[in-house]
Design a protein around this ligand. Structure first.
Ligand code: SF4
Ligand code: SF4
Length: 177
């Protein structure tokens, strides 16, 4: 069983000792997560989610339920929460106007604070500060930009650096390498 599947597997019996009763309130404290309480578990979000189609264990409906139950550790430590393709189908299709995509972002921010941000994402933030773009740059690109009189990526990187420092992304440390 792969790592994501293992962390997200729901047992038939959930022990109350695994639950954190304050988790739902912590999530609801964020204005972007306000819709959580009106979800009636219809599953329309999961039915239209392209990631759910590929990884059936990834399910917006299931995630909402897990948050409501207080499964803090299980949700925040799951690699699945970083799989979202950001298409917003879940938001478009929800009959209750629950903005699952925004709720997921709240969960990802909480996970990052707890040290669960994927190392690759932290690395990309670092790369953005250094070069102004997310992926590694090649010298030939830099030269080509100069030839085309495009702005220096270094200058863009400085702006991104300020933004990243302002929101605290530079303080995030992944738990594992
Ligand atoms: S579509 Fe909306 S109401 Fe239905 S399960 Fe998803 S979030 Fe809940
Ligand atoms: S925004 Fe994410 S969770 Fe929502 S439907 Fe798209 S991939 Fe699925």
């Amino acid at each position: 069983m792969d790592e994501a599947k293992k962390t997200f597997e729901l047992k038939k019996t959930i022990s109350t000792s695994e639950l954190n009763p304050g988790f739902k309130s912590d999530v609801l404290a964020h204005p972007d997560a306000q819709g959580l309480n009106v979800c009636f578990s219809c599953g329309t979000c999961s039915a239209g989610c392209p990631i759910h189609e590929v990884f059936p264990d990834y399910s917006p409906k299931k995630l909402v339920k897990m948050v409501k139950l207080g499964m803090r550790e299980k949700v925040l430590s799951s690699p699945y929460i970083w799989y979202c393709a950001t298409c917003r189908n879940c938001v478009e299709r929800c009959p209750q106007n629950v903005k699952f995509f925004d709720i997921l972002n709240v969960l990802k921010n909480m996970a990052a604070k707890d040290g669960y941000a994927p190392a690759a994402w932290v690395e990309q933030a670092k790369q953005s500060v250094e070069t102004g773009i997310v992926f590694a740059t090649e010298d030939s690109w830099v030269k080509k930009r100069e030839e085309l009189s495009l702005p220096s990526l270094k200058a863009v990187g400085e702006k991104v650096k300020k933004l990243i420092e302002r929101v605290g992304i530079d303080k995030i440390k992944p738990k594992t390498g």
